[in-house]
Design a protein around this ligand. Structure first.
Ligand code: ASP
Length: 347
Protein backbone atom coordinates (compact mmCIF):
# COMPACT_ATOMS: atom_id res chain seq x y z
CA UNK A 1 0.00 0.00 0.00
CA UNK A 2 2.70 2.39 1.07
CA UNK A 3 4.81 1.39 -1.92
CA UNK A 4 2.01 1.94 -4.41
CA UNK A 5 1.28 5.35 -2.88
CA UNK A 6 4.94 6.26 -3.32
CA UNK A 7 4.91 5.11 -6.94
CA UNK A 8 1.74 7.11 -7.55
CA UNK A 9 3.33 10.15 -5.97
CA UNK A 10 6.48 9.80 -8.07
CA UNK A 11 4.41 9.37 -11.22
CA UNK A 12 2.32 12.46 -10.44
CA UNK A 13 5.50 14.44 -9.68
CA UNK A 14 6.99 13.38 -12.99
CA UNK A 15 3.84 14.39 -14.85
CA UNK A 16 3.72 17.82 -13.19
CA UNK A 17 7.40 18.49 -13.90
CA UNK A 18 6.92 17.56 -17.54
CA UNK A 19 3.90 19.82 -17.89
CA UNK A 20 5.82 22.64 -16.19
CA UNK A 21 8.78 22.31 -18.55
CA UNK A 22 6.46 22.31 -21.54
CA UNK A 23 4.70 25.47 -20.46
CA UNK A 24 8.01 27.18 -19.65
CA UNK A 25 9.30 26.21 -23.03
CA UNK A 26 6.22 27.62 -24.69
CA UNK A 27 6.52 30.91 -22.83
CA UNK A 28 10.21 31.18 -23.60
CA UNK A 29 9.62 30.48 -27.25
CA UNK A 30 6.91 33.13 -27.43
CA UNK A 31 9.12 35.61 -25.60
CA UNK A 32 12.04 34.94 -27.83
CA UNK A 33 10.27 34.97 -31.17
CA UNK A 34 10.67 38.54 -32.38
CA UNK A 35 7.92 40.59 -33.97
CA UNK A 36 10.59 42.34 -36.01
CA UNK A 37 14.31 41.58 -35.91
CA UNK A 38 14.82 45.29 -36.57
CA UNK A 39 12.62 48.33 -37.11
CA UNK A 40 11.99 51.93 -36.23
CA UNK A 41 9.34 54.48 -35.27
CA UNK A 42 9.48 58.26 -35.70
CA UNK A 43 7.35 61.19 -34.59
CA UNK A 44 7.07 64.79 -35.67
CA UNK A 45 5.11 66.09 -32.72
CA UNK A 46 1.69 65.67 -31.13
CA UNK A 47 -1.10 68.15 -30.48
CA UNK A 48 -4.30 69.64 -31.81
CA UNK A 49 -3.66 68.29 -35.28
CA UNK A 50 -7.03 68.09 -37.04
CA UNK A 51 -7.75 67.23 -40.65
CA UNK A 52 -9.76 70.42 -41.07
CA UNK A 53 -6.70 72.50 -40.11
CA UNK A 54 -4.32 70.95 -42.65
CA UNK A 55 -4.56 71.69 -46.36
CA UNK A 56 -4.24 68.59 -48.56
CA UNK A 57 -0.92 70.00 -49.84
CA UNK A 58 0.49 70.42 -46.35
CA UNK A 59 -0.75 67.00 -45.30
CA UNK A 60 1.01 65.51 -48.32
CA UNK A 61 4.23 67.32 -47.44
CA UNK A 62 4.16 65.99 -43.88
CA UNK A 63 3.51 62.45 -45.06
CA UNK A 64 6.22 62.63 -47.68
CA UNK A 65 8.85 63.88 -45.22
CA UNK A 66 7.87 61.34 -42.57
CA UNK A 67 8.11 58.55 -45.11
CA UNK A 68 11.47 59.77 -46.41
CA UNK A 69 12.86 59.91 -42.86
CA UNK A 70 11.52 56.45 -41.97
CA UNK A 71 13.00 54.97 -45.13
CA UNK A 72 16.37 56.53 -44.41
CA UNK A 73 16.45 54.84 -41.01
CA UNK A 74 15.24 51.58 -42.48
CA UNK A 75 18.02 51.49 -45.08
CA UNK A 76 20.65 52.01 -42.39
CA UNK A 77 19.22 49.20 -40.26
CA UNK A 78 18.70 46.85 -43.19
CA UNK A 79 22.34 47.25 -44.19
CA UNK A 80 23.46 46.27 -40.70
CA UNK A 81 23.93 49.82 -39.36
CA UNK A 82 23.52 50.61 -35.67
CA UNK A 83 20.32 51.87 -34.10
CA UNK A 84 22.26 54.96 -33.00
CA UNK A 85 23.18 55.81 -36.60
CA UNK A 86 19.61 55.19 -37.71
CA UNK A 87 18.24 57.47 -34.98
CA UNK A 88 20.74 60.27 -35.66
CA UNK A 89 20.40 60.27 -39.43
CA UNK A 90 16.63 59.88 -39.47
CA UNK A 91 16.36 62.86 -37.12
CA UNK A 92 18.63 64.90 -39.43
CA UNK A 93 15.97 64.70 -42.14
CA UNK A 94 13.31 65.95 -39.73
CA UNK A 95 15.62 68.64 -38.30
CA UNK A 96 16.45 69.88 -41.81
CA UNK A 97 12.78 70.23 -42.76
CA UNK A 98 10.96 73.49 -41.94
CA UNK A 99 7.80 71.47 -41.20
CA UNK A 100 8.79 70.32 -37.72
CA UNK A 101 9.65 72.12 -34.52
CA UNK A 102 13.30 71.05 -34.49
CA UNK A 103 16.41 72.32 -36.26
CA UNK A 104 15.40 74.45 -39.26
CA UNK A 105 11.73 74.71 -38.26
CA UNK A 106 12.30 75.39 -34.55
CA UNK A 107 9.87 77.72 -32.79
CA UNK A 108 10.90 81.11 -31.42
CA UNK A 109 11.53 81.89 -27.79
CA UNK A 110 10.21 85.13 -26.27
CA UNK A 111 13.57 86.85 -26.95
CA UNK A 112 13.14 86.27 -30.71
CA UNK A 113 15.78 83.53 -30.75
CA UNK A 114 15.55 79.81 -31.45
CA UNK A 115 16.81 77.79 -28.50
CA UNK A 116 17.15 74.12 -29.34
CA UNK A 117 17.24 71.01 -27.14
CA UNK A 118 18.10 67.41 -28.05
CA UNK A 119 19.09 64.10 -26.49
CA UNK A 120 20.09 60.60 -27.48
CA UNK A 121 20.45 57.33 -25.56
CA UNK A 122 21.94 53.93 -26.27
CA UNK A 123 20.10 50.93 -24.83
CA UNK A 124 23.09 48.60 -24.73
CA UNK A 125 25.31 50.74 -22.47
CA UNK A 126 22.73 53.13 -20.99
CA UNK A 127 25.02 55.90 -22.19
CA UNK A 128 23.30 59.15 -23.01
CA UNK A 129 24.04 62.67 -24.21
CA UNK A 130 22.06 65.89 -24.48
CA UNK A 131 22.28 69.59 -25.27
CA UNK A 132 19.94 72.35 -24.16
CA UNK A 133 19.36 75.93 -25.27
CA UNK A 134 21.73 75.89 -28.24
CA UNK A 135 21.21 78.59 -30.84
CA UNK A 136 23.64 77.97 -33.70
CA UNK A 137 23.95 74.23 -34.27
CA UNK A 138 22.34 72.95 -37.45
CA UNK A 139 21.71 69.46 -36.07
CA UNK A 140 21.39 69.39 -32.29
CA UNK A 141 20.89 65.59 -32.28
CA UNK A 142 24.48 65.19 -33.47
CA UNK A 143 25.65 67.49 -30.68
CA UNK A 144 23.83 65.24 -28.20
CA UNK A 145 25.62 62.22 -29.67
CA UNK A 146 29.00 63.96 -29.40
CA UNK A 147 28.30 64.74 -25.75
CA UNK A 148 27.50 61.07 -25.18
CA UNK A 149 30.53 59.72 -27.03
CA UNK A 150 33.22 62.35 -26.56
CA UNK A 151 32.64 63.96 -23.18
CA UNK A 152 32.42 62.83 -19.57
CA UNK A 153 29.01 64.40 -19.26
CA UNK A 154 25.38 63.76 -20.11
CA UNK A 155 23.94 67.26 -20.53
CA UNK A 156 25.64 70.44 -21.76
CA UNK A 157 23.79 73.75 -22.07
CA UNK A 158 23.86 76.99 -24.05
CA UNK A 159 27.24 78.60 -24.83
CA UNK A 160 29.28 75.75 -23.43
CA UNK A 161 27.35 73.20 -25.47
CA UNK A 162 27.86 75.34 -28.59
CA UNK A 163 31.61 75.67 -27.98
CA UNK A 164 31.98 71.94 -27.34
CA UNK A 165 30.03 71.06 -30.48
CA UNK A 166 31.99 73.47 -32.67
CA UNK A 167 35.23 72.00 -31.33
CA UNK A 168 33.86 68.57 -32.27
CA UNK A 169 33.57 69.74 -35.85
CA UNK A 170 29.77 69.99 -36.02
CA UNK A 171 28.16 72.41 -38.44
CA UNK A 172 27.60 75.87 -36.95
CA UNK A 173 25.11 78.14 -38.71
CA UNK A 174 24.16 81.78 -38.49
CA UNK A 175 21.13 82.15 -36.22
CA UNK A 176 19.15 83.52 -39.19
CA UNK A 177 19.17 79.96 -40.61
CA UNK A 178 16.35 79.14 -38.18
CA UNK A 179 14.06 81.95 -39.34
CA UNK A 180 10.78 80.73 -40.80
CA UNK A 181 7.86 83.08 -41.29
CA UNK A 182 5.24 80.70 -39.87
CA UNK A 183 7.10 80.19 -36.64
CA UNK A 184 7.78 83.91 -36.28
CA UNK A 185 4.10 84.70 -36.76
CA UNK A 186 3.27 82.13 -34.08
CA UNK A 187 5.56 83.99 -31.70
CA UNK A 188 3.85 87.31 -32.48
CA UNK A 189 0.45 85.68 -31.95
CA UNK A 190 1.54 84.10 -28.68
CA UNK A 191 2.93 87.40 -27.39
CA UNK A 192 -0.26 89.19 -28.29
CA UNK A 193 -2.30 86.54 -26.50
CA UNK A 194 -0.09 86.75 -23.45
CA UNK A 195 -0.46 90.50 -23.29
CA UNK A 196 -4.22 90.17 -23.28
CA UNK A 197 -4.03 87.49 -20.66
CA UNK A 198 -2.13 89.04 -17.81
CA UNK A 199 -1.80 85.76 -15.90
CA UNK A 200 1.89 85.10 -15.34
CA UNK A 201 1.57 81.40 -16.13
CA UNK A 202 2.77 79.69 -19.29
CA UNK A 203 -0.71 78.29 -19.91
CA UNK A 204 -2.27 80.93 -22.20
CA UNK A 205 -0.28 79.86 -25.22
CA UNK A 206 0.47 76.30 -24.35
CA UNK A 207 -3.09 74.99 -24.45
CA UNK A 208 -3.67 75.54 -28.14
CA UNK A 209 -0.09 75.04 -29.19
CA UNK A 210 0.77 72.24 -31.59
CA UNK A 211 3.76 70.37 -30.37
CA UNK A 212 6.17 69.66 -33.22
CA UNK A 213 9.18 68.04 -31.63
CA UNK A 214 10.77 65.18 -33.57
CA UNK A 215 11.99 61.82 -32.35
CA UNK A 216 13.12 58.40 -33.45
CA UNK A 217 13.48 55.01 -31.77
CA UNK A 218 15.16 52.03 -33.40
CA UNK A 219 16.14 48.40 -32.93
CA UNK A 220 19.07 47.14 -35.00
CA UNK A 221 19.94 43.65 -36.20
CA UNK A 222 22.26 43.16 -33.22
CA UNK A 223 19.37 43.65 -30.81
CA UNK A 224 20.48 47.13 -29.72
CA UNK A 225 17.94 49.83 -29.01
CA UNK A 226 18.41 53.60 -29.28
CA UNK A 227 16.22 56.67 -28.84
CA UNK A 228 16.62 60.33 -29.78
CA UNK A 229 14.57 63.51 -29.54
CA UNK A 230 15.13 67.03 -30.92
CA UNK A 231 13.07 70.20 -30.46
CA UNK A 232 12.81 73.96 -30.47
CA UNK A 233 10.73 73.64 -27.28
CA UNK A 234 7.71 75.87 -26.68
CA UNK A 235 6.84 79.02 -28.65
CA UNK A 236 7.40 82.17 -26.58
CA UNK A 237 9.34 80.33 -23.86
CA UNK A 238 11.15 82.61 -21.43
CA UNK A 239 13.96 82.58 -18.94
CA UNK A 240 15.97 79.87 -20.73
CA UNK A 241 13.15 77.42 -20.17
CA UNK A 242 14.18 73.84 -20.92
CA UNK A 243 11.59 71.12 -21.64
CA UNK A 244 11.63 67.35 -21.39
CA UNK A 245 13.33 66.63 -24.71
CA UNK A 246 16.94 66.87 -23.42
CA UNK A 247 16.07 65.25 -20.10
CA UNK A 248 16.98 61.57 -20.05
CA UNK A 249 14.09 59.59 -18.57
CA UNK A 250 11.54 62.31 -19.34
CA UNK A 251 11.59 62.82 -23.13
CA UNK A 252 14.06 60.10 -24.12
CA UNK A 253 15.05 56.70 -22.76
CA UNK A 254 16.53 53.45 -24.08
CA UNK A 255 17.41 50.18 -22.37
CA UNK A 256 18.11 46.93 -24.22
CA UNK A 257 16.32 45.06 -21.43
CA UNK A 258 13.05 46.83 -22.16
CA UNK A 259 12.47 49.48 -24.82
CA UNK A 260 13.41 52.78 -26.45
CA UNK A 261 11.08 55.77 -26.06
CA UNK A 262 10.86 59.32 -27.44
CA UNK A 263 8.18 61.76 -26.34
CA UNK A 264 6.46 64.91 -27.50
CA UNK A 265 4.04 67.12 -25.66
CA UNK A 266 3.84 69.53 -22.77
CA UNK A 267 7.36 69.13 -21.41
CA UNK A 268 6.75 70.25 -17.85
CA UNK A 269 4.36 67.31 -17.38
CA UNK A 270 6.68 64.86 -19.12
CA UNK A 271 9.46 65.84 -16.72
CA UNK A 272 7.28 65.47 -13.63
CA UNK A 273 5.80 62.16 -14.83
CA UNK A 274 9.22 60.86 -15.90
CA UNK A 275 7.35 59.53 -18.93
CA UNK A 276 10.00 57.69 -20.97
CA UNK A 277 11.65 55.95 -18.03
CA UNK A 278 8.31 55.11 -16.47
CA UNK A 279 7.33 53.06 -19.53
CA UNK A 280 10.61 51.17 -19.32
CA UNK A 281 10.20 50.67 -15.56
CA UNK A 282 6.68 49.25 -15.92
CA UNK A 283 8.10 46.69 -18.34
CA UNK A 284 11.15 45.90 -16.23
CA UNK A 285 9.60 45.71 -12.80
CA UNK A 286 5.97 44.83 -13.48
CA UNK A 287 6.31 42.75 -16.62
CA UNK A 288 3.91 44.86 -18.67
CA UNK A 289 4.11 44.67 -22.46
CA UNK A 290 5.31 47.75 -24.34
CA UNK A 291 1.76 48.51 -25.45
CA UNK A 292 0.34 48.15 -21.95
CA UNK A 293 3.07 50.26 -20.35
CA UNK A 294 2.75 53.03 -22.96
CA UNK A 295 -1.01 53.14 -22.60
CA UNK A 296 -0.82 53.25 -18.81
CA UNK A 297 1.60 56.19 -18.78
CA UNK A 298 0.10 58.27 -21.60
CA UNK A 299 -3.64 57.61 -21.18
CA UNK A 300 -3.76 57.34 -17.39
CA UNK A 301 -0.83 58.81 -15.51
CA UNK A 302 0.02 61.73 -17.83
CA UNK A 303 -3.58 62.50 -18.73
CA UNK A 304 -4.69 62.50 -15.09
CA UNK A 305 -1.95 65.01 -14.31
CA UNK A 306 -3.26 67.22 -17.14
CA UNK A 307 -0.40 66.55 -19.56
CA UNK A 308 -0.95 66.51 -23.33
CA UNK A 309 1.26 64.54 -25.67
CA UNK A 310 2.43 61.18 -26.85
CA UNK A 311 5.32 58.82 -27.33
CA UNK A 312 6.76 56.46 -29.87
CA UNK A 313 8.48 53.31 -28.68
CA UNK A 314 10.02 50.03 -29.77
CA UNK A 315 10.93 47.06 -27.59
CA UNK A 316 13.69 44.49 -27.75
CA UNK A 317 11.40 42.16 -29.72
CA UNK A 318 10.67 44.77 -32.35
CA UNK A 319 7.13 45.67 -31.28
CA UNK A 320 6.28 49.14 -32.56
CA UNK A 321 4.09 51.56 -30.62
CA UNK A 322 2.72 55.10 -31.06
CA UNK A 323 0.53 56.23 -28.15
CA UNK A 324 -0.88 59.75 -27.71
CA UNK A 325 -3.66 61.51 -25.80
CA UNK A 326 -3.95 64.44 -28.21
CA UNK A 327 -6.13 64.59 -31.35
CA UNK A 328 -3.12 63.82 -33.52
CA UNK A 329 0.57 62.96 -33.71
CA UNK A 330 2.76 63.00 -36.81
CA UNK A 331 4.28 59.54 -36.94
CA UNK A 332 5.63 56.71 -39.07
CA UNK A 333 6.61 53.12 -38.38
CA UNK A 334 8.68 50.78 -40.46
CA UNK A 335 8.95 47.04 -39.88
CA UNK A 336 11.67 44.60 -40.93
CA UNK A 337 10.02 44.11 -44.33
CA UNK A 338 10.30 47.80 -45.09
CA UNK A 339 6.57 48.43 -44.81
CA UNK A 340 6.12 52.07 -43.83
CA UNK A 341 2.92 53.11 -42.03
CA UNK A 342 2.43 56.88 -41.80
CA UNK A 343 -0.18 58.46 -39.51
CA UNK A 344 -1.25 61.95 -38.49
CA UNK A 345 -4.70 61.83 -36.90
CA UNK A 346 -6.15 59.53 -34.29
CA UNK A 347 -7.46 56.80 -36.55
N1 ASP B 1 8.14 68.48 -25.39
C1 ASP B 1 8.60 69.69 -25.98
C2 ASP B 1 8.92 70.67 -24.88
O1 ASP B 1 8.18 70.74 -23.93
C3 ASP B 1 7.61 70.33 -26.91
C4 ASP B 1 7.11 69.44 -27.99
O2 ASP B 1 7.03 68.24 -27.83
O3 ASP B 1 6.78 69.98 -29.05
O4 ASP B 1 9.87 71.38 -25.01
Amino acid sequence: MKKSALILFLFAFLLISCADTTSQKETTTTDESPTNSFGLVIHGGAGTILKKNLTPELEAQYKETLEKAAKKGYDILKNGGTSLDAVEQTIHILENSPLFNAGKGAVFANNGKNELDASIMEGKTLNAGAVAGVTNLKNPISAARKVMENSDHVLLARKGAEEFSAAQGLEVVDTSYFFTENRYNSLLKAKNKNEKDKAASLDPYIKDYKYGTVGCVALDKNGNLAAGTSTGGMTNKKWSRIGDSPIIGAGTYANNKTCAVSGTGHGEYFIRANVAYDISALMEYKGLSLQEASKEVIQNKLKNMGGDGGIIAIDAKGNLVAEFNTPGMYRAMVDENGTVTVGIYKE
